[in-house]
Design a protein around this ligand. Structure first.
Ligand SMILES: [Zn+2]
Length: 462
């Protein structure tokens, strides 16, 4: 019976005695959620994909549940909201990080346009499996052949925002350092995104939403940007992109269009609170003010940025009014690593000033992501009314001891491989480290075969 709950919000959502039946009851949980002190020995009642009750275990006496998960001894947190990924890029992981720049601009490595539908699908499955294993329950994924990404997303059981990779600058020419418009590429990639939306928006029991995915300022012509801006304004869809990723992008835009990346997006009508822009590295003070005034969402990618020798001015962006969200960008999928890297890099850049703390970074990876996806009040916390997207960490992980406040130990010492169970929309999609909807062995085997073939081709072409 759920007699009462802890706070006003819980009380408002408390269940009458006769309805204390749940689809899923997570028992004996030590709950760590942004904005709340650790709650020990709690029960968590889920119905129709939503958290409907959070209360001390004693209050669940007599409650019935179709399914029960015992979380005793392990921390229980909201699933991470990972707002920027390109799962097919898993195929070049471990091989490009020491080369200097993004694969699309680098010769001698496999290129995205080599990937067919099935190859994209195989790599996406691996990427999503890894994201799930490391505790991400909401994932933004966008790349070429987005229908394959959506298919993999729907099968995984994750909550996904999927987009295309719209661009009309020839990537083969880019690899040679030339900057040439390819109108046919623009038409094809735009059409792919349109078809994606028509076929996949709302699929996967409503877990999949589709977004517009203009690739970057230096790979989309003003005409194409304006086309995307008009469509996004008309349908109100989210827009995911890259912004101010490199000095090369800034120089090229300045030389060709006389604008900064922020000015360029603004001119296309894309700079607003529905936009999530990854990286946001090379920014002037005026750009930061412009992005803040537009209330854009920054997909902060601290590990990828730092690996490339770069950093984003997150403190200034947040102060200017941007919402900060966090992403692993198909490097490792470890959001806890991303959180502590964000803190460490920010403190280095601030000359030793202790900017940001574990609670701030934890919030970026949870309700900051929820806000970026237009899901404030639905994603990123464990409370009634929120989606039942929940992660249980292993009780026997020595790196997760001692548990005093819960947040500090997770952010400063935890890692994604400590994740034991993952629940999305009330469904257990990872049970004791094993996916419930697909064969992990098949996913590993198929993705490995695709990647090996891509590298054979790249070496033959080099
Ligand atoms: Zn990216």
């Amino acid at each position: 019976m759920v007699r009462s709950a802890l706070g006003d919000r819980e009380r408002a959502n408390a269940l009458p005695e006769q309805t204390a039946r749940f689809d899923l009851l997570i028992a004996n949980a030590d709950i760590v959620s942004p904005g709340e002190p650790i709650r020990r020995g709690h029960g968590l009642g889920v119905r129709e994909g939503e958290i409907v009750a959070v209360a001390p275990m004693a209050e669940f006496d007599g409650a019935s549940a179709a399914e029960r998960l015992d979380a005793r001894g392990g921390l229980c947190a909201p699933g991470f909201v990972n707002v920027h990924n390109h799962t097919p890029l898993i195929g070049v992981r471990g091989m490009v990080e020491d080369l200097g720049f993004a694969p699309a601009y680098t010769k001698g490595v496999p290129q995205g346009h080599w990937l067919g539908e099935e190859e994209t699908y195989a790599l996406a499955r691996l990427g999503l499996y890894e994201l799930m294993r490391q505790g991400s329950t909401s994932v933004v994924d966008f790349y070429a052949r987005p229908a394959a990404l959506a298919r993999a997303m729907a099968e995984s059981g994750l909550r996904g925002w999927v987009g295309g990779r719209i661009m009309d600058v020839d990537t083969a020419a880019l690899a040679d350092g030339r900057f040439e418009r390819d109108a046919a590429l623009g038409e094809t990639t735009f059409a792919d995104n349109v078809e994606l939306i028509e076929a996949w928006d709302g699929a996967g029991d409503g877990r999949i939403a589709c977004v517009w995915g203009p690739h970057a300022p230096d790979t989309c012509s003003p005409e194409l940007m304006r086309q995307i801006g008009d469509r996004a304004a008309a349908d109100g869809r989210l827009v995911h992109t890259h912004l101010a990723q490199s000095p090369m992008e800034i120089e090229r835009l300045r030389a060709v269009y006389g604008r900064s990346p922020a000015e360029y997006f603004d001119a296309a009508g894309l700079l607003n609170a529905r936009m999530t822009a990854a990286h946001c590295i090379c920014l002037s003070d005026a750009d930061i003010r412009r992005l803040g005034a537009a209330r854009i969402n920054v997909a902060h990618v601290p590990v990828g940025n730092a690996t490339g020798g770069q950093w984003a001015p997150v403190e200034a962006l947040a102060a200017a009014g941007c919402n900060i969200a966090l992403a692993t960008d198909s490097k490792s999928a470890d959001m806890l690593e991303a959180m502590r890297t964000a803190i460490a890099v920010a403190r280095l850049r601030a000359g030793g000033r202790f900017v940001f703390d574990a609670a701030t970074a934890f919030g970026w990876g949870l309700d900051g992501g929820g806000a970026a996806l237009g899901m404030t009040g639905r994603l990123g916390r464990i409370a009634p009314g929120y989606a039942a997207d929940i992660v249980v960490f292993a009780a026997d992980a020595p790196n997760l001891r001692p548990v005093i406040d819960g947040v500090g130990i997770l952010v400063h010492s935890g890692n994604g491989s400590n994740v034991r169970d993952v629940i999305v929309a009330g469904e257990i999609v990872l049970a004791d480290g094993q996916p419930t909807r697909f064969s992990a062995d098949d996913v590993l085997r198929d993705a490995e075969a695709v990647a090996q073939a891509l590298w054979r081709r790249a070496r033959a072409a080099a």
